[in-house]
Design a protein around this ligand. Structure first.
Ligand code: PEP
Ligand code: MN
Length: 290
């Protein structure tokens, strides 16, 4: 029994819809797919990503500008210059953008540039940040802590809701376990449980869950099959050259193929994906294989 007052499902039919823009919303029949690199590296990079992904049913772009890196010597993100890149691409391609906010002091500037503020796994229990995000005036993408229980995850959402922001989307991104062949373990049981316990939209990040590009597609399909309301997937114009998380980045072409292959899975579970791309799915058999 989870002691959440606002995040708990009080009526089996109730589903919160979180609007990202006039035309994009989480929690309805249509899945929301977010794509983009781990890190914003340049305007040209993000324009190439937006140019390609806007031909597909990818409804939002991702890209970190404040990066929580394991090593303090690793690239920490472009910061405000990166926010300007996101804002430019957002208006040029008329596509919403999602980016991480790591501290309270970053909230105003990130909220001024992005449509949705991501709380990274490492900050899921940064309670002061969660409280402040209650007043951010923007939807929040709350990622599950790398070693958090479902209850801790729901209660983290409760912090944001109880401080005034009803627009919270939960994101399962894998949890730590003993096996390190995959980066984390995607907890699809948590996705199913969260859909029952809460009324909030739940999306899945297969990229950080599995950490290897060749395993992203099967997990994405499984996530849709088990009821996720959307996906956030890392992709890059030159995946091997990504400044962070290169091993899990899809090429833009593979991202388009993957989105196409998700359509029948979505339909099978009563959801939809608007297919705009003319990608030849036969050219990507590993993506469409069962
Ligand atoms: C990310 O989305 O790039 C990221 C750092 O994710 P997580 O917080 O889930 O590790
Ligand atoms: Mn990443």
């Amino acid at each position: 029994m989870i002691n959440a007052k606002l995040a708990s499902q009080s009526h089996s039919e109730h589903q919160t819809i979180v609007k990202l823009s006039e035309t994009v919303a989480f929690g309805g029949d249509e899945l929301v797919i977010i794509g983009g690199p781990c890190t914003v590296e340049s305007l040209e990079q993000m324009q190439m990503v937006a140019e390609t992904l806007s031909t597909a049913p990818v409804q939002a772009l991702r890209g970190g500008v404040y990066k929580p890196r394991t090593s303090p010597y690793a690239f920490q993100g472009m910061g405000e210059t990166g926010l300007d890149v996101l804002a430019k691409v957002r208006s040029q391609y008329n596509i919403p953008v999602v980016t991480e906010v790591m501290s309270i002091s970053q909230i105003p500037i990130v909220a001024a540039h992005a449509d949705m503020l991501q709380v990274g796994s490492r900050n899921m229990q940064n309670f002061d940040l969660l409280k402040a995000l209650g007043e951010a005036g923007k939807p929040i993408l709350l990622k599950r802590g790398l070693a958090s229980t479902i209850e801790e995850f729901v209660m983290a959402a409760e912090y944001i809701l109880s401080h005034g922001n009803p627009d919270v989307v939960l994101c399962e991104r894998g949890i730590r376990s003993f096996d390190n062949y995959t980066r984390n373990v995607l907890d699809l049981g948590a996705v199913a449980a969260l859909k029952q316990i809460t009324h909030l939209p739940v999306i899945v990040d297969p990229s950080h869950a599995v950490g290897k590009r060749e395993l992203v597609a099967p997990l994405a399909k499984a996530a849709v099959a088990c009821g996720a309301d959307g996906l956030i997937i890392e992709c890059h114009p030159e995946p091997e050259k990504s400044v962070s998380d290169a091993r899990q980045a899809l090429s833009l072409e593979d991202m388009l193929s993957l989105v196409d292959c998700l359509k029948p899975v979505a339909v099978a579970v009563g959801r939809s994906i608007a297919i705009k791309t003319g990608v030849d799915v036969k050219s990507a058999p590993i993506f469409c294989a069962a």
